[in-house]
Design a protein around this ligand. Structure first.
Ligand SMILES: Nc1ncnc2c1ncn2[C@@H]1O[C@H](COP(=O)(O)OP(=O)(O)OP(=O)(O)O)[C@@H](O)[C@H]1O
Length: 255
């Protein structure tokens, strides 16, 4: 599979000279799911916001296919195919499900076709089309937020904390849908997730950030089988000190 997202030497943060994400390198192939993991404050949301152009980078580059995305330009990121589902889901809460989906569809695409494609992934939304987004359950709101992203036909879908405020049983139902989306559409997905084992269960690769540095990057199946490695990466300790980067070399994209 060809590389769709390449993040090279990315520094991200909120003040010049004070990056909270440093020298981030990774590649993502078409249809690949990367679980972006790490403890609170590690820099996951900052990375996602920077990839989505909501936040200018402090160094490095982001390319989608052969397009180098202009830093800090959300429209350029969106045009390149980077679409963010933020952790607050950013729905129009007083509008119905149908209206939320309709507004997200790009011009020149058929709204009903786009809506039906979302309903294929999330049939539960079909019974709620005329309900205001604010009246939906948390799980339904997340389905709608992802649906709004899908109708934009992302090349790379950035999902920040899919599980925010959701019961684990709902997360267990939603994550496999993301696997299906990646497999069926070739969309690459970066998934920020606190439920580590659930995320590793659907991801191809995983990268752990700690204090803004890549401290572990490996294929998800190996990490699922070695939870102590992930735990060490979260907590620091031998091989995962906070100072010098001790990361493994970034792994090759999934074939
Ligand atoms: N708007 C902001 N202005 C300044 N600093 C910020 C801002 N947002 C986050 N930070 C800081 O940037 C660092 C990384 O935060 P970030 O939210 O990216 O981490 P995270 O891994 O997503 O954490 P969490 O899992 O708690 O959401 C933290 O030190 C945080 O305090």
């Amino acid at each position: 599979m060809s590389t769709v997202l390449r993040c090279t030497g990315l520094d991200a943060g909120y003040a010049k000279g004070r990056p909270c994400v440093r020298e981030l390198d990774f590649e993502l192939a078409q249809g690949e799911i990367l679980a972006l993991l790490g403890p609170n404050g590690a820099g996951k949301t900052t990375t996602m916001a920077t990839l989505a152009g909501l936040q200018p980078s402090l160094a490095g580059s982001v390319t989608v296919g052969d397009i180098t995305v202009r830093t800090g330009d959300a429209q350029a990121a969106s045009r390149a195919g980077l679409v963010l589902v933020p952790d607050n889901r950013a729905l129009f809460t007083t509008l119905t499900v149908e209206e939320n989906l309709r507004l997200a569809v790009r011009r020149r695409r058929r709204r009903s076709t786009e809506r039906d494609a979302v309903l294929d992934y999330f049939p539960a939304l079909g019974e709620r089309l005329r309900v205001a987004a604010g009246a939906l359950s948390g799980g339904e709101q997340q389905m709608l937020a992802i649906g709004r992203a899908l109708v934009q036909h992302p090349r790379v879908l950035l999902i920040d904390e899919l599980s925010m405020g959701l019961a684990p049983v709902i997360v267990e139902r939603l994550l496999p849908v993301m696997r299906t989306v990646a497999d069926e559409t070739g969309t690459a997905i970066v998934l920020v997730e606190q439920h580590v084992q659930l995320a590793l269960g659907v991801a191809d690769t995983a990268l752990v950030l700690r204090h803004g540095r890549n401290v572990l990057h490996d294929d998800a199946r190996s990490l699922a089988a070695a939870p102590q490695l992930v735990e060490q990466a979260y907590l620091g300790g031998p091989g995962h000190d906070d100072g010098e980067s001790t990361r493994r070399d970034p792994i090759a994209p999934v074939a």
